[in-house]
Design a protein around this ligand. Structure first.
Ligand SMILES: O=C(O)CCC(=O)C(=O)O
Ligand SMILES: [Fe+2]
Length: 701
């Protein structure tokens, strides 16, 4: 075989070879998706012909594929598989592939649906394009014959997620990915995230010109067009060496977890239903936008790394919740405070952080000269964030049936103690609403929020199943934490066990600096400071308008999350999408296999845009049964009587439980609380050394 010199666009494979010290590496294995004719811009011809590597080439365009076959026969006689096809997830078997005839545009071909608009438009316009129906298969299918890949080159113009998500990481280890994507692609963030979740670190290849750019920690990606030569940035090198050697790529596979589910096989993915041992699974750290679920569907057996769509929460309901909440937030502070519920951790009615409130009151007492300068009353009141919350419909006020169930006195006995006991009453306080009599304009707030509540509540069952499966439990393992089936002689019904809350947050526009309160509490710097939500997970309906307007981390005006390496990232939002964010309690329930996500809401940029930077988010924080043990289902820890309940992880719940036991003064209980919670966390997270107990083994067979 004649050694062919590099044909890659920017010398990508050479950068990789030098970076990984592969100059002497013979007989490696490559995979190239989007192989084109196997020569033009090939990232692998050099590896094959000069270093005796073998590999798999996949190309979706029939025209390019015939050239690929010819070229493969000529330049890669042996040790190569060539496939005509694209990558997709079942049940799809074909997709519409956009092809170009012009040479320069020929590099941009792919699944039309996945292509970023920019590419579609620019290349569609500039070059002759046509479409063909191309067969597609999950990536796992193409990789059947290999168990290890050294270099995976992925250049598929928008379909990267489909490729990554359909790899069976249990069956193959992949050492280095090189992913080319354009930064404008809104999916970039998800690809990054997915690779990070798989244990890869990112290293960018920079052009000479961009060398000075700071080097991010770190998957390899290239993708800076108009570049002559690529340079690996030095700082990054260090990180990469460190991390790459440690990363074991078969660590996490959501498919593995979901298919271990007995409730239904996952015929489409073609995986055997064999769970991994937990030891090899490592820590799953799902982040945002990670689930696809449909309520009413049998537990959605979809890969977890998808956003929730077809989620069953009607857009109109969310729109109504937003509109009615807006009317509420636009009332004077005195009116809103009328619906405040005092007491800790109640999460009902109007809420504003006490330290914010103190600050506002002081500011207003000093004669804040702002009335009339801004159309948003909340902005002129100096409010940074405020919220309106409600709990499950069993908490509806006394004019409704359900509150009777909750309220009847403990001695009277007919109340379900889950709600009616003194502990129960801590977790099921009554909802508070403006009524028709009090304020005609605000009377629709209640139906609007309750409508959204109900569909979020339904969806949360499906999402909890996904998370459960992802953590290696049967998908229904946590069902009872939300609803429990109760059979009586006459009927079967589902009883609410959870205490989830729906919360609409209003972040008023940031006033121009000269009008802003001179100095606020330190938290004034952020709309919401860094925290995890104290639930199993949170579903967030965000607003593409406000949540994709400013993209700068720290000045996004919107939701930002902390990535595993400690950096912060903006989270793009789409109107039809809900974001799933694991919270603190899921850590206890999954022994740390799923981690809560730290997040914050940043202020918008200070400049002129700030005048019109209002943001409203609708979030549903899923809070499972307070009386359940804070431990994985059927585990040793769950059986240990010392293990506290989920409710005891709430400060109020802990205090109430302690005072009922009479073991401790109130003050001591508070003091002990934090330490205790920390200890439990340690104990649980360290305990995870084997697969979920024997009870589930029949499910895993
Ligand atoms: O407004 C958001 O997007 C998130 C709000 C939040 O994190 C919270 O209220 O806990
Ligand atoms: Fe939060």
């Amino acid at each position: 075989v004649v050694c062919r010199k590099s044909r890659s666009q920017f010398g990508e494979e050479k950068a990789v070879i030098s970076y990984f010290n592969w100059t002497k590496k013979q007989h490696g294995v490559y995979v190239e998706i989007g192989a084109m004719d196997g020569l033009t811009m090939s990232n692998t011809i050099l590896l094959h012909t000069c270093m005796n590597w073998s590999g798999i080439l996949v190309e979706g365009s029939p025209q390019a594929f015939s050239a690929l076959q010819r070229n493969a026969a000529r330049y890669r006689e042996r040790n190569v598989q060539v496939h005509l096809g694209a990558v997709c997830a079942p049940p799809r078997t074909h997709l519409t592939f956009s092809t170009r005839s012009s040479t320069s545009g020929a590099a941009v071909q792919g699944d039309i649906e996945q292509m970023p608009p920019m590419l579609r438009e620019t290349f569609g316009y500039l070059y002759n394009s046509s479409t063909v129906e191309t067969p597609c298969k999950p990536m796992a299918w193409y990789l059947q014959s290999v168990s290890h890949v050294d270099f995976f080159s992925l250049d598929v113009e928008g379909s990267e997620l489909e490729v990554l998500e359909t790899i069976d990481f249990r069956a193959v280890t992949i050492e280095v990915f090189m992913v080319e994507f354009l930064d404008q692609n809104p999916k970039t963030w998800k690809i990054h995230n997915l690779l990070r979740n798989l244990g890869y670190l990112e290293c960018r290849l920079f052009s000479e010109e961009k060398k000075s750019q700071s080097c991010p920690t770190c998957c390899l990606n290239t993708g800076i067009p108009q570049v002559k030569k690529l340079n690996m940035c030095e700082a990054c090198k260090k990180y990469m060496r460190l991390w790459f050697s440690g990363a074991h790529l078969s660590d996490v596979s959501c498919e593995a977890a979901t298919s271990s589910d007995a409730a239904g096989a996952n015929p489409s993915a073609g995986h055997t239903a064999k769970p991994q041992s937990i030891a090899s699974r490592g820590t799953l750290q799902p982040s945002l936008g990670l689930c696809e679920a449909a309520p009413g569907n049998a537990p959605a057996k979809r890969d977890l790394r998808k956003e929730v769509r077809n989620h069953g929460v009607p857009q109109e309901a969310i729109a109504r919740a937003r509109a009615e909440s807006t009317k509420f937030f636009d009332q004077p502070l005195e009116v809103k405070q009328h619906y405040a519920v005092h007491g800790m951790e109640r999460n009902r009615g109007y809420e504003i952080y006490p330290h914010h409130l103190r600050f506002i009151e002081k500011w207003q007492a000093a004669g804040a000269p702002l009335r009339g300068v801004h159309p948003e009353p909340s902005a002129t009141q100096g409010i940074v964030s405020e919220r309106f919350c409600c709990g499950p419909p069993v908490c509806e006020p006394s004019d409704s049936q359900s509150w009777q169930v909750v309220q009847s006195d403990a001695a009277g006995g007919h109340a379900d103690p889950h709600y009616g006991s003194s502990l129960g009453q801590v977790f099921f306080p009554q909802n508070v609403w403006p009524t028709q009599e009090e304020a005609r304009d605000l009377a629709q707030l209640r139906p609007a929020l309750l409508e959204t509540y109900r569909s979020m509540e339904q969806l949360s069952v499906a999402v909890l199943r996904l998370l459960s499966a992802a953590a290696g439990f049967p998908s229904t393992a946590f069902d009872d934490l939300l609803f429990r089936s109760e059979e009586s002689s006459s009927s079967a019904r589902k009883v609410v066990r959870h205490t989830s809350m729906l919360q609409v947050c209003n972040y008023p526009s940031l006033l121009p600096r000269r009008l802003r309160p001179p100095e606020g509490p330190a938290e004034y710097q952020l709309r919401a400071k860094a925290h995890q939500d104290f639930g199993a997970f949170t579903l967030l309906a965000r607003c593409p308008g406000s949540d994709s307007r400013y993209k700068r981390v720290g000045k996004s005006g919107a939701l930002e999350i902390e990535l595993p390496d400690g950096s912060w990232a903006c989270v793009p939002a789409r109107a039809d999408e809900l974001t799933v964010m694991p919270g603190t309690l899921i850590e206890y329930l999954t022994a740390g296999r799923i981690r809560g996500v730290m997040h914050r809401v940043a202020n918008p940029p200070s400049a002129k845009a700030a005048m019109d930077s209002r943001r409203l988010s609708v979030t549903f924080v899923v809070k499972p049964d307070y009386s359940a043990p804070a431990a994985p289902p059927r585990s040793e820890v769950a059986a240990d009587p010392e293990t506290p309940t989920l409710g005891e992880l709430w400060r109020v719940g802990w205090q109430e439980a302690q005072s009922q036991k009479g073991t401790m003064s109130h003050g001591d209980a508070v003091q002990q609380f934090r330490r205790h919670r920390q200890e439990l966390r340690q104990r649980l997270l360290l305990k995870d050394e084997g697969p979920p107990g024997g009870a589930f083994s029949e499910l895993e067979a």
